[in-house]
Design a protein around this ligand. Structure first.
Ligand code: KG4
Ligand code: ZN
Length: 364
């Protein structure tokens, strides 16, 4: 087999509203990363419209892959492994990437690796800092998922906490809509909050009884909506920037507090952030401050690696491949795939259901 450091992986990502392809060398070096964002299309509707997303992926996937290969100075024949997001995500969107990856891998006779999108987000940290190795603590905050995990080894996760209701990104998106900032909510709240007073409102910080690392953001979202309604009934129009800044502070406080508590309890010196919300400027600053104060090292991917991209999928596929896990031609999209879930080749308890759906094959 080729030297691990020379392996070229083509990553493909179509789980939501970004059509992306990337070429990564040795699991750590991005040779190209092309992202076609569908934001302009979905903005017209105030959020992602799943069917339109699938149609756009179909239209863009080929040119995006060609562009990624060209920018990397490679041809399909040079690629060693093809990695693709198999879930979680929108089923129609995922199917475009999965079908494309299968077709390319079959035609070019390359190994195929189905990747868990959430694990991909964590792997963005390996691209940002090639010296990072597990174990470390990771806060994953995306549009659909909020998890506090320990990555104990490549592809191995211990889940310490998760969102019981709305994910952090979902809360950003819903509050943004309520205060008239529109889609995509997270970046708009981030920008608006910069000119707002973060102490204008005291929104609640929810804790889940008996689960110190779990998160709950739906109460916070309701509190914001109630305050807005009350103000409007009294004839006052709330200051958008103040609501944005106060809401953001409440989310960031809880994310930082729970992460630092877990770091203390599990004696973790390395903390990583992952997922779209990890590009939030207030979260990055607060987490850096907390890590500096407690002598811990913080790893944060550049914003473009926090939000959906295919380089992180190529990186995750690289380590799956090295561990001998490739997918069969029956690889399917698994829209509700859980973190750490893949089918076969792994001892995790959760894997049984996925095994039936995705059929991973241990390479000989
Ligand atoms: O990880 P991601 O790109 O896609 C999913 O896998 O879900 O995350 C998208 C989420 C959206 O909810 C978006 O509003 C949020 O990340 N987001 C942000 C920021 N940029 C993106 N949230 C807060 N601040 C940001 N700067
Ligand atoms: Zn994502």
């Amino acid at each position: 087999m080729k030297d691990e450091k020379e392996l070229l992986v083509l990553g493909i990502e179509t789980s939501c509203d970004e059509t992306a392809a990337a070429v990564v060398r040795g699991g750590r070096e991005i040779l190209s990363s092309v992202i076609y964002s569908q934001i302009a299309l979905h903005t017209l509707y105030g959020g992602v419209v799943p069917e339109l997303a699938s149609r756009k992926h179909i239209e863009k996937i080929d040119p995006v892959i060609r562009e990624a290969l060209a920018q990397a100075g490679t041809e399909l024949a040079d690629i060693d492994v093809i990695g693709v997001t198999m879930g979680p995500g929108l089923v129609g969107a995922l199917l475009v990437g999965v079908a494309e990856a299968k077709a390319i891998a079959f035609a070019a006779e390359k190994p195929l690796v189905g990747v868990n999108h959430i694990e991909g987000h964590v792997c963005a940290n390996f691209l940002q800092d090639p010296s990072l190795e597990p174990p470390f603590l990771c806060l994953i905050v995306s549009g659909g998922h909020t998890h506090l995990v320990r990555m104990t080894d490549y592809g191995k996760f211990e889940i310490l906490g998760r969102a019981r209701d709305d994910a952090a990104g979902e809360a950003f998106d819903k509050v943004a809509r309520a205060i008239g900032l529109g889609y995509p909510g997270g970046p708009k709240i981030d920008a608006a909050a910069k000119s707002g007073n973060a102490h204008a409102y005291e929104f609640p910080r929810a804790h889940v009884d008996g689960s110190p690392y779990d998160f709950s953001f739906s109460g916070l979202k309701s509190a914001v909506l109630n305050d807005l309604n009350q103000a409007r009934m009294q004839g006052r129009e709330p200051v958008q920037a103040d609501v944005a800044a106060s809401f953001q502070r409440a989310v960031v406080d809880v994310l930082v507090e729970h992460t630092m508590r877990a770091a203390e309890d599990f004696v973790e010196e390395k903390i990583a952030l992952a997922g779209g919300v990890a590009s939030n400027s207030a979260l990055r600053a607060a987490m850096q401050k907390a890590c500096d104060a407690s002598g811990r090292k913080l790893y944060v991917p550049a914003p473009v690696l926090c939000t959906d991209n295919a380089a992180m999928i190529a990186c995750a596929a690289h380590y799956e491949y090295l561990q001998g896990r490739t997918s069969g031609w029956d690889l399917n999209a698994v829209p509700a795939l859980k973190l750490g879930e893949r089918a076969g080749g792994r001892e995790d308890r959760d894997l049984k259901g996925a095994a039936e759906k995705a059929n991973w094959v241990r390479r000989q």
